[in-house]
Ligand binder design. Structure first.
Ligand SMILES: Nc1ncnc2c1ncn2[C@@H]1O[C@H](COP(=O)(O)OP(=O)(O)OP(=O)(O)O)[C@@H](O)[C@H]1O
Ligand SMILES: [Mg+2]
Length: 1014
């Protein structure tokens, strides 16, 4: 969790990291000695930690090796993060300046200083890259960024050179404004350049080179181009490239750089023609350098280089002869007339070099203007700027000339600015805060600035005077004038003015300045010329209107302007230190660094930062961070922040001398007090974190629950919606279906149409469905058949038939052969009795038995007697005597040929089927059977009257056995019987309440059946 708030203390980030490698902020060093300072720097440097803060000032030590700390990831890391929360970095400074600019809507500058080779230009490039990558952008603006980035290789090609100190030393001062709109987009840029070291064009010290562009052109230029410019691909061929005897350097790839520069020229919108002119000028300078003069017998200079002259004049479009004259003669006034006076070779060479410098110098200015044009933002909306000042560092060579004088003066001015903006302002803060403090002694270099620049009395004024003075002014007369004017100045010495000891270290033509950064001895030779920037007038005619002026004064006023520009802005500082002279990675040259630390005023800066109070912070910010340490201030302090801080530090046990309460800030004297507080905070933070964590977990769980509940409600709502929609659809569908149904119903009688087809189909289907469940289950069931709708009448009838056939078939298939035989018998019964005898219907359901008396129940004697005949059926009967109709129980046995009436072991009567002429029964429900027997033989007994309980079974069997169907008669009322031959009687049938059989008074057998059922 992020407890840190915006505007957080610079100290804390460093505090937490202080045990890692060294201390990230020198302000927190326990002792402010140079030794402690250097040892911290060294400790960090050995771990490749090249950046360290002094408050908001960034100290950078050149590592002389590529570090993996400038990638996109690192940029992202530092973007928008508070200054002191991450390890010190140039990106942190860049980002902080940027965000302060955006929030406070004011202008800033970043002053990058340090001696040659310390890494100023690299630092400024890193800052520019950071802005190019990390600022918000639109595609349109990318071109501005590209131009800003690409201006670097171009300016470096034309303005940088290899020196003994630095393979890519900036030979001009550069101040670049980056303009941002209110959204923070980089929308434009502007460059101011200062004092290009033009002398380098014509002269380089041993081990140094001319400006890179010359070598790039010769090494990398395309064949065609070189041909067109009359150049050879050989640096050795050109005087201006070879004086330092190191045209080719392993660390520099001129060919590649050429490509980069060409590409960059395109990006910054310089058109082809201009690019061509640019290279023509560069080439012309090379040709010019090869102009060779000889002297004739009179000692007059003669230009012998016709080829070079031709190339030069054709490339620059000047008249060759005018040029020749210009380089070998000068106009002098003789009695108000101007006459040409010949040059000596020395003069001619001087004139040649002056021309070369002027041409190159103007070209450089032109280029800067071009770049400015291309980066210019014409939009008039208000913008804020961040200025980047990458200006030459303090320089001390064995031989120091006018250029070093100017450069070192520039550094004095910047130091003065630094003093004004920081050292003084720091002390002013104490005043503003009403804090008592002991003033810190720091060396104010104003005295040196004055020495150089004071009107009428300063060195520059004297130089100008000498340059303009009529008469024979020389560098030495200039020195004399200096001695006269400066005689007693504590920071100025010459051979003449010096004491014995010092004199030994000075030449007669030298003067020495005691700069804030150290002593520098300047050789006056060339001062006047260089200051004049002299071009003989006729040469000026050649090269158009070269304005010449007083260089040092111009430089002075441009520095003045720069100071004004900077004073109006908020300052940020990057102090670059050179780790060693030999450009070796990882080498920490302590003496060298100690010297730089000293002259860059770092210790003073540090001391003032800590003057008495190592640490100060606005009350609200201090309280915000440390309030958990005191119950009275945690979690909220309701009163004034200052009072809260007072309560807090009392609680922490700060002693009165350890801190001071300012107007808006608390000042803490020793770092250790703060460390203790910070340690306590760290411990407390852990506890707090646990508490917060628990709270947070609860909160999160609650939140989670709420979220789930919300989700559930949402889903429910959604689902209900879905349901409702479904329901609606269903209803709409139902309405449609019902409507159709009704319409179908109404038109059901009409011919099939779209309106009723569905309805009819439904009717059909529904009828069939219902029918399926209600089919008759048995063959006999004739009532159960669903009444069909009109359309189905025909079908229904067909189905009914099919179904009944199906049932019949099923029934038939289910019948056994025995049952079949029985049924066949029942058919016979039916044929005989159906509709004729009352008791018939009840008999139908009673199945027929095989026999009613088993063979065992028949007497063995009887069986013996009829053993030749197979017994087919036997049944018990009541036989009525012929005389008196007495009932006698008998067995009646049917064989193949006859019916036997048996009583126990006796066969009482044998009736041959052939003699059985008829069989009569009544139509009532009695069981009386009468056998009519042919009676020719008087011995034969008469008709046989019997009663049998199984009348239908018995008679059916008999008819089947004896084929007597047709002999059976169903008689109503009375049956005549022949008792004996010729003797007749009758059986009379009636119905009554009770069935009975008796002999009637008329001598007939009276048979009464139960009441008739129908
Ligand atoms: N941060 C860095 N990381 C790696 N190498 C660096 C860094 N800074 C500087 N260097 C190395 O040091 C060399 C010199 O740096 P730079 O050109 O920035 O110096 P300078 O201070 O601009 O010097 P001058 O005053 O001569 O222009 C670079 O070419 C590079 O090799
Ligand atoms: Mg540089």
């Amino acid at each position: 969790m992020y407890l840190v708030v915006q505007g957080q203390l610079d100290m804390e980030g460093a505090l937490t990291a202080r045990d890692r490698v060294g201390i990230q902020d020198f302000v927190l060093l326990d002792e402010t000695t140079e030794t402690a300072f250097l040892s911290n720097l060294k400790k960090r440097f050995s771990e490749d930690l090249i950046y360290t803060y002094i408050g908001t000032l960034l100290v950078s030590v050149n590592p002389y090796k590529e570090l993996d700390i400038y990638n996109k990831k690192q940029m992202d890391l530092y973007m928008g993060v508070n200054f002191f929360e991450l390890p010190p970095h140039i990106y942190a400074l860049a980002d902080n300046a940027y965000h302060t600019m955006l929030t406070e809507f004011n202008n800033h500058f970043i002053l990058i200083s340090g001696e040659s080779g310390a890494g100023k230009t690299e630092a400024s490039k890193k800052i520019l890259q950071y802005y190019a990558v990390s600022c918000p952008s639109t595609t349109l603006l990318d071109t501005v960024r590209d131009k800003m980035l690409m201006s670097n290789p171009v300016l470096e090609a034309f303005g940088n050179a290899k020196t003994l100190k630095n393979d890519n030393s900036s030979r001009f001062g550069k101040y670049m404004d980056i303009q941002f709109d209110s959204q923070g987009d980089a929308v434009g840029g502007h460059i101011l350049n200062y004092l290009l070291e033009k002398s380098r064009v014509v002269h380089q010290n041993h081990g140094e080179r001319n400006f890179h562009i010359f070598y790039q052109l010769v090494q990398g230029g395309e064949e065609d181009l070189l041909h067109q410019l009359g150049l050879e691909r050989d640096c050795q061929h050109y005087n201006y490239l070879t004086q330092g005897e190191c045209a080719i350097v392993s660390s520099i790839n001129d060919k590649n750089d050429w490509k980069t520069v060409k590409n960059a020229l395109n990006v910054i919108n310089i058109d082809e023609t201009d690019i061509n002119h640019l290279f023509e000028i560069i080439a012309s300078v090379l040709h010019l350098g090869n102009f060779h003069f000889e002297s004739n017998s009179k000692g007059q200079a003669i230009l012998n280089s016709n080829a070079e002259l031709r190339w030069f004049s054709s490339l620059l479009g000047v008249n060759a002869e005018t040029l020749r004259k210009g380089l070998t003669f000068r106009w002098i006034e003789v009695k108000k007339d101007e006459v040409l006076s010949p040059f000596t070779t020395d003069h001619a060479i001087y004139a040649r070099d002056a021309l070369a410098k002027a041409v190159y110098g103007r070209t450089f200015t032109w280029l800067v203007n071009k770049i400015n044009e291309s980066m210019e933002n014409t939009n008039s909306t208000r913008k804020t700027v961040i200025g980047l000042l990458d200006i030459y560092g303090f320089e001390v060579f064995n031989l120091n000339s006018f250029e070093q004088f100017c450069i070192n003066y520039c550094n004095e001015k910047l130091q003065q600015l630094f003093i004004q903006l920081t050292l003084k302002s720091e002390q002013e803060e104490y005043e503003a805060e009403n804090i008592e403090w002991e003033p810190v002694q720091f060396f104010n270099n104003k005295i040196i600035c004055d020495l150089v620049e004071e009107r009428h009395r300063g060195i520059i004024s004297i130089l100008d005077e000498e340059c303009l003075r009529p008469g024979d002014a020389t560098d030495l007369t200039f020195l004399e004038r200096l001695e006269e004017k400066m005689g007693s100045h504590p920071h100025f010495v010459t051979h003449r003015l010096a004491d014995k000891m010092t004199r030994k270290t000075l030449e007669r033509g030298d003067f020495r300045l005691l700069h804030y950064a150290g002593e520098v001895t300047y050789c006056v030779v060339g001062f006047l010329d260089k200051n004049n920037d002299l071009l003989y007038r006729n040469i000026k005619d050649v090269s158009l209107h070269v304005s010449y002026g007083i260089v040092a004064t111009q430089f002075k006023s441009s520095l003045l302007k720069l100071t004004e520009i900077l004073m109006a802005k908020e300052a940020w500082y990057v102090r670059c230190l050179k780790s060693n002279e030999s450009k070796q990675p990882g080498k920490f040259d302590e003496a060298l660094i100690r010297h730089q630390v000293k002259y860059l005023g770092l210790m003073e800066h540090l001391r003032v930062r800590r003057a008495g109070f190592a640490y100060r912070r606005r009350y609200d910010v201090f309280l915000q961070r440390y309030k958990p340490l005191c119950p009275a201030t945690w979690p909220h302090w309701r009163g004034e922040p200052a009072d809260g801080v007072e309560v807090l530090v009392q609680h922490l046990g700060y002693l009165p001398h350890e801190y001071k309460m300012g107007r808006t800030k608390i000042f803490i004297r020793h770092a250790r007090t703060l460390f203790a507080t910070e340690d306590a905070f760290e411990r407390c933070k852990h506890e707090l974190a646990t508490r917060l964590q628990a709270k947070y977990k609860g909160y999160k769980a609650k939140g989670e629950f709420k979220k789930q509940k919300e989700a559930a409600t949402k889903i429910e709502t959604c689902w209900r919606g879905v349901q409702a929609r479904k329901e609606r659809e269903k209803r709409a569908w139902a309405v449609k279906v019902i409507k159709k149904f009704i319409k179908g119903y109404m038109t059901r009688g009409e011919a099939k149409s779209t309106d009723n087809s569905e309805y009819l189909a439904f009717v059909r289907q529904s009828y069939l469905n219902r029918l399926k469940d209600k089919l008759p289950k048995t063959v006999l069931d004739k009532t159960t058949w669903l009444t069909p709708p009109a359309v189905m009448t025909e079908t229904s009838e067909l189905l009914r038939k099919i179904h009944s056939r199906l049932l019949v078939r099923r029934y038939v298939r289910g019948i056994t052969p025995q049952k079949k035989a029985q049924l066949q018998l029942k058919v016979i019964t039916s044929n005989i009795f159906k509709g004729k005898k009352d008791s018939y219907p009840q008999s139908i359901a009673q199945p027929f038995e095989k026999t009613r008396i088993s063979d065992q129940d028949i007497n063995v004697k009887v069986l013996q007697m009829i053993r030749n005949e197979q017994i087919k059926y036997s049944v018990p009967v009541i036989k009525y005597d012929r005389n008196g109709f007495k009932p006698r129980p008998r067995q009646l046995i049917l064989t193949q040929t006859a019916a036997y009436v048996v009583e126990e072991a006796k066969i009482k009567q044998r009736v041959l089927y052939t003699s059985l002429k008829g069989i009569s029964v009544s139509n009532l429900s009695d069981g009386i059977i009468v056998f009519h027997i042919t009676c020719e033989d008087p011995k034969q007994k008469g008709d046989l009257v019997m009663q049998c309980d199984h009348l239908f079974e018995f008679l059916t069997k008999l008819s089947a056995i004896a084929n007597k169907q047709n002999a059976i008669k169903v008689v109503q009322g009375s049956i005549k019987i022949e008792i004996q031959a010729g003797k007749e009687s009758a059986v009379d049938f009636t119905t009554g309440q009770e069935p009975m059989v008796y002999k009637g008074k008329n001598g007939h057998l009276m048979v009464v059946s139960g009441p008739r059922l129908n």
